[in-house]
Design a protein around this ligand. Structure first.
Ligand code: IMP
Length: 462
């Protein structure tokens, strides 16, 4: 449905309910003029009455207030009183059309007989104005989508993204590192995609916020802060305001330490230069793990009775988990393994280093993962496996590090949720150590100087 169709429905509904006319006017980009978007039940000469100035024509509504005028005649808030009289308008009710905290226009209901508008009238017209606001939001999102689709088409046809990586001047090395990680997972990104107005003084924008990245495929903005965590109060305030004003957008705040942790996972960056200092605390004992694995196996056996699933383990961290899981299952299963290449500081791209050996089309697949962190590995794997046309595709992850999720992937079976800490044991490693621990614990993290940049290249299995 187009914006015009939404506007027409809103004004007709409003006019019908009030028993007169209605019009929807929207502020132009300078916030000084009002543009007629749609109207119903009003004579043409009234609609063409001339320039509607935001500060003259029911200026209170443009400032976000409801205006009720029972007697239009003689009221100074009416910009064209003679024409209103000629059109037979006796009373008027104006409500703002708002998106977040921003007024973008007003919906006006006109009656030909003198009317004392009730609270129910105001509520109804406000509800109609909210519908109009929703229509405008959908329209704006559609415009954004089209812009990004255009950019993505360009990227496909002319490797525009590669040109972009080379031509973008990043404000900080951590941003460049994140760009390389995203490139590795073939997740498209746009650097400093757009600015969101945050505050206004009359019609002047006084504060804006420009997130560092937008990931169109994940519909996610990322703000990367290189400040110390203790110094980010101001940034947090801006983020809060952004979320209030634009509730439909998803934005993640990453700290420099998050990038270091992402890099450390692949044996790169400053954290990986330091030797781990041993196990911090035990999160799950072997008894707890075995109990939970039995429960998962039981549940999967019930859900997949008569379906003979293929359990696809993603090497290498999964080897303990999948071995215990399939041994506790009570239905026939088949087991497959896959592996992918690992990030190497910059320049490489994810690829399958060990592919499935059996034909999985038309089969029920359950991907078995050790841990899901940002979700980028799983996101890539699921796209790849979907292309093999399985009958169904589910995910069973032993550990879910939910707080660091970037790619929203559906996890059907989860062993445990873990905090935002590097964990090892029961197959999970740090620089190839600790895989043989029978329990899962946190790694006592090595200390890294603030300001140090990531570098180095150590390839390891996951
Ligand atoms: P993601 O792509 O960020 O979700 O990361 C998934 C992969 O990173 C897992 O399969 C692990 O190999 C590795 N990984 C993520 N977090 C940890 C951790 O805390 N300890 C050990 N490996 C991890």
């Amino acid at each position: 449905m187009s914006l015009k169709q939404v506007a027409d429905i809103v004004v007709r509904g409003t006019a019908g309910a009030i028993g007169g006319g209605a019009s929807l006017v929207l502020l132009d980009s300078t916030h000084t003029r009002l543009i007629h978007s749609s109207s119903w039940g009003l004579p043409q000469f009234y609609l063409r009455k001339g320039l509607l100035k935001a500060d003259k024509s029911l200026s209170e509504v443009s400032n976000g207030q409801v205006v009720v005028i029972s007697e239009v005649r003689g009221d100074s808030r009416i910009q064209y009183p003679e024409l209103a009289a000629k059109a037979g308008i006796a009373s008027l009710l104006g409500v703002p059309v708002t998106i977040g905290a921003v007024t973008v226009g007003s919906l006006r209901a006109y009656s030909k007989s003198t009317t004392e508008f009730t609270q129910a009238d105001i509520n109804f017209v406000t509800a109609m104005a909210n519908l109009a606001a929703m229509g405008i939001r959908v329209h704006l999102l559609e415009q954004e989508k089209q812009k990004f689709e255009k950019a993505m088409n360009e990227a496909e046809s002319g490797t525009a993204l590669l040109r972009q990586v080379r031509s973008v001047t990043f404000a900080h090395p951590s941003e460049e590192e994140l760009a390389h990680i995203l490139d590795f997972y073939q997740i498209d990104w746009v650097y400093e995609p757009r600015s969101f107005p945050l505050t206004w003084e009359s019609d002047r924008i006084t504060e804006m916020f420009t997130p560092d990245f937008y990931l169109p495929a994940l519909d996610l903005y990322i703000e990367l802060t290189t400040l110390k965590q203790s110094l980010v109060t101001e940034k947090n305030r801006k983020l809060r305001r952004l979320r209030e004003l634009y509730p439909e957008i998803a934005i993640n705040l990453l700290y420099k330490k998050d990038i270091h942790r992402l890099l450390a996972k692949y044996g790169c960056g400053p954290l990986a230069q330091a030797k781990g200092q041993g196990i911090g605390k035990t999160l799950f004992s072997n008894v707890e793990i075995q109990r939970r694995v039995q429960e998962l196996a039981q549940q999967i056996s019930i859900d997949y009775t008569d379906r003979r699933p293929i359990m696809v383990g993603i090497l290498r961290g999964v080897f303990c988990f999948i071995a215990d899981l399939v041994r506790a299952m009570t239905i026939p299963v088949e087991v497959e393994f896959m592996a992918i290449s690992h990030y190497e500081a910059k320049g490489n791209s994810v690829r399958i280093t060990k592919d499935l050996e059996m034909d999985v089309s038309g089969r029920h697949l359950i991907v078995v993962e050790d841990i899901v962190d940002t979700g980028m590995t799983l996101n890539y794997m699921l796209h790849y496996l979907n292309g093999k046309q399985p009958a169904s595709l589910a995910v069973c992850a032993l550990l879910d590090k939910k707080v660091r999720r970037m790619a929203e992937v559906r996890l059907d079976y989860i062993g445990f949720e873990v905090p935002d800490e590097f964990v090892v044991g029961y197959g999970l490693d740090y620089k190839d150590e600790y895989r043989n621990l029978p329990f899962i614990g946190t790694l006592e993290s090595p200390q890294v100087e603030v300001g140090q940049t990531a570098s180095g290249k150590v390839v390891k299995g996951g």
